[in-house]
Design a protein around this ligand. Structure first.
Ligand code: 13P
Ligand code: SF4
Length: 417
């Protein structure tokens, strides 16, 4: 699968003018079907149906597919100029250079959510990132603002690993096992759908990002005895270990199994119940790659994202969010050597922007986040051209009770300093 994606990325990089392979443009005429109510989400109907949420992108008009990179740049620049202060483009650090150069603000998922919560001037927020980020921006933005995701198919495989029916089944099993006063606080990583954030908000829980996971878990442990952490087992485990807990204080919850596949005593002992989710991009980093970096460069420093497995995090000099990785490398002296364990667009950009340092990706095989990569300039140009014509294509809208409770969980996070 990854090899296929690498080939796709390679083809994209090599093509001139850049063509959009069909594999990045899912067929179908349905834009998005996620506008369900909270009641729907938590109803027997949805549990029984257990359908994955689909976010399908309408095919781009052919003129955009066939446009050269230079022509796309010109279209985006013209639309930006026409929209002026009515538009803000936000870009996550994993976006390609051809997108990030148009971003009014770039950041990690925490910084971008703060931006959406605090900056209410522009009418349109065009979010160059993935679906869960745009959803959070919509929940945090003001009612007069519209959030646009240029390509609806830009999802996150990790966020899809905690579907509502499995979350509710887990919650019901835990209530049966520990009793109604179980004192378990649900915490979800930002990389999750709005429904899971709403679930956490409604049940005394909270959202975290990779930049504040420790502070959020401290908040949660002041309010309960145990943490149920969604959906990234690695961020949960790495944070627990960094806080001084041991592996015996954690249990892994495999969805669909009785007690998540745990023995009674393991579950009783655990302070952290970690949902079995992961990021396939960060799952590529291996301890041997850290050893190889040290072999090639004895003075290398290794920095990785906490979505990597604990064995890699343990060998690294430091770990943190994308914003942290950029900061620590940028603040290092000229001549420093850095091996980085995160997505390739970020690493390549650091390499280009800081030629006085040796910067490389821990994984020698290029590892883009294939869904972040779906924000191609053609989609951005198409979305902006539509806004110029007062048509909001690909608006991300979270309504009703889902938005209300997800906002509770997000605001709890933003209130933590
Ligand atoms: P950051 O919040 O560190 O930017 O991480 C987002 C993400 O999706 C990492 O895979
Ligand atoms: Fe999701 Fe991983 Fe991509 Fe981040 S890098 S958006 S966690 S798939």
């Amino acid at each position: 699968m990854i090899a296929t994606l690498d080939r796709v990325a390679g083809r994209l990089a090599a093509a001139s003018p850049e063509k959009l392979p069909d594999t990045l443009v899912p067929a179908g005429d349905e834009v998005c079907n996620y506008e369900y109510s909270y009641e729907d989400l938590f109803s027997e109907r949805l549990r029984a149906a257990s359908q994955p949420v689909t976010h399908l992108q309408v095919p781009l008009p052919p003129e955009y597919v066939n446009m050269s990179p230079a022509a796309l740049d010109a279209r985006i620049a013209a639309a930006k100029a026409a929209l002026g202060t009515r538009l803000t483009i936000l870009g996550h650090h994993y976006q390609r250079d051809a997108i990030i150069k148009f971003a009014d603000a770039r950041g990690d998922s925490f910084k971008l959510s703060q931006f959406a919560a605090e900056r209410h001037e522009s009418e349109y927020i065009v979010f160059c990132g993935v679906h869960f980020m745009a959803e959070s921006a919509d929940i945090l933005s003001a009612p007069h603002q519209k959030v646009i995701l240029p390509n609806m198919a830009a999802g996150c495989s990790m966020a899809d690993m905690a579907p509502t029916d499995e979350v509710l089944d887990c919650w019901a099993q835990l209530a049966d096992f520990f009793g109604p006063d179980h004192g378990i606080v649900p915490v979800t990583y930002m990389n999750s759908g709005a429904a899971l954030k709403a679930f956490c908000g409604k049940n005394g829980g909270i959202v975290c990002t990779s930049s504040n996971a420790r502070a959020v878990i401290e908040w949660a442990l002041e309010r309960g005895k145990k943490i149920l952490f969604f959906p990234d087992q690695h961020l949960g485990r790495n944070t627990a270990l960094a806080m001084g807990f041991s592996l015996e204080d954690t249990a892994l919850w495999t969805p669909g199994k009785d007690l998540g596949g745990n023995a009674d005593d393991a579950l009783e002992r655990a302070t952290f119940i970690l949902w079995k989710g992961h990021c396939s991009v960060h799952g590529r980093f291996k301890p041997e790659q850290v050893h190889e970096a040290h072999r090639r460069y004895p003075n290398v420093k290794v920095v990785v994202h906490p979505e990597c497995v604990r064995e890699v995090v343990a060998l690294a000099d430091c770990n943190g969010s994308t914003e942290y990785i950029i900061k620590v490398v940028t603040e290092s002296p000229a001549g420093s050597v850095w091996a980085i364990g995160t997505e390739i667009n970020l690493v390549n950009r650091l390499q280009k922007e800081q030629p006085d340092k040796t910067i490389f990706c821990l994984d020698p095989v290029i590892c883009p986040c294939s869904t972040m990569y779906r924000i191609h300039p053609a989609y951005l140009a198409w979305a902006l051209d539509n806004l110029v014509e007062d048509r909001s294509v690909n608006q991300i809208k979270v309504d009703g009770e889902v938005a209300r409770w997800a906002l509770v969980a997000l605001e709890r996070m933003l209130a933590i300093k």
